[in-house]
Write a protein that binds this ligand. Structure first.
Ligand code: SF4
Length: 331
């Protein structure tokens, strides 16, 4: 049964909803290993190069109220997170992106909290694009409007990310009481309609069902501009309302990465190092990921607390993990 579905995916044929659900439901070690192997094979058949993406956090002052229940990024949400409010200055952003470029990492994500209609993202984009040749992803969630999107496009932003986290409306409303799912969908639609490259991902291990994940992955198919899907495993941040919620298991993260790869063979499947844990980067690659995010070089000038957990992947260690698997870090 599983073999038939996997063979279909390897032939790059579209999988049906019930087939994807069957993949999620597979439990035997043998079946799960086959899913991972097929996903890695499919990625390798396209390219054995692994993209590395660094990060600059623009501000942790978030005007979303109440805060998302899992958030340890916004000011005052977690003693393990940044905790104290910050707005990065133009010079701090410039120094950070220059250190990323010098390290050889080809891509940077500029992300920040909500409440600025994208103005902070536009300013960061101008700094990145006028001073470096880095590829740029911008992620300020739903905090964008038509004007800021036009300006992001004008400065040459390569990718804009707006994660839906989950398309289970009840769960979304429970975990993100200060946001509306339809606002995030609307921003994804605006990015898509502006023919900008869209990144939109899943937060897993938050109480969603396999059917929710299937629904989410199929929902993303409606965006022709979709080019990247981040898969983020939940980790509890201390002091948050979800402090006691169990972390997403590694096997569930690997399964979701692999199934996403089998469904979307030519898209970037991204794993932020804080969400899988820097020590587990190799497992994400074994499951077919081809972009590792929040990779920080030694000389990086700013303090970093990962989104999803306070840890992050060190460039040297990440490069070693990539090479150990016979893959090539894109530098
Ligand atoms: S997860 Fe994002 S939108 Fe939600 S409270 Fe934190 S910073 Fe704000």
């Amino acid at each position: 049964m599983i073999k038939k579905i996997i063979n279909k995916a390897l032939k790059e044929q579209d999988l049906k909803r019930d087939e994807v659900l069957d993949l999620f439901k597979s439990r035997s070690n043998e079946d799960v290993a086959k899913i991972f192997e097929a996903a890695a094979e499919l990625r390798d058949s396209k390219s054995k190069k692994i993209k590395l993406t660094s990060t600059v956090h623009l501000t942790n002052v978030c005007k979303v109220t109440p805060k998302c229940k899992y958030c340890g990024f916004a000011a005052k949400t977690s003693s393990e997170g940044y905790y104290h409010s910050f707005f990065k200055t133009q010079d701090e952003i410039l120094n950070a992106v220059r250190s990323v470029e010098k390290s050889g990492i080809p891509r940077v994500s500029c992300s920040g909290a909500h409440g600025y209609n994208g103005k902070h993202a536009v300013e960061a984009t101008r700094i990145v694009k006028e001073n470096t040749s880095l590829e740029l992803l911008v992620n300020v969630g739903a905090d964008l409007n038509v004007k800021s999107l036009e300006e992001l496009a004008k400065y040459g932003t390569d990718t804009i990310c707006c994660n839906l986290e989950t398309v289970n409306m009840e769960l979304f409303n429970d975990l993100k009481p200060g946001e509306r799912l339809k606002d995030r969908i609307n921003v994804c639609t605006m990015i898509n309609d502006a023919h900008l490259e869209l990144s939109s991902g899943l937060l897993i291990g938050i109480g969603e069902s396999y059917q929710d994940r299937v629904n989410h992955l199929f929902f993303l198919k409606k965006f022709p501009a979709l080019a990247e899907i981040p898969i983020m495993g939940f980790n509890p941040y201390k002091d948050t309302p979800m402090e006691k919620h169990p972390p997403c298991s590694l096997i569930e993260q690997m399964k979701t990465i692999a199934i996403t790869r089998l469904m979307f063979n030519d898209l970037r499947v991204t794993v932020p190092t804080p969400t899988i844990g820097p020590e587990n980067v190799k497992f994400s690659l074994r499951a077919g990921a081809d972009n590792l995010a929040t990779v920080i070089p030694d000389q990086y000038p700013l303090d970093v607390k990962g989104v999803g957990s306070p840890t992050y992947g060190n460039l040297r260690e990440v490069v070693n993990s990539v090479k150990e698997l016979g893959l090539t870090p894109e530098m």
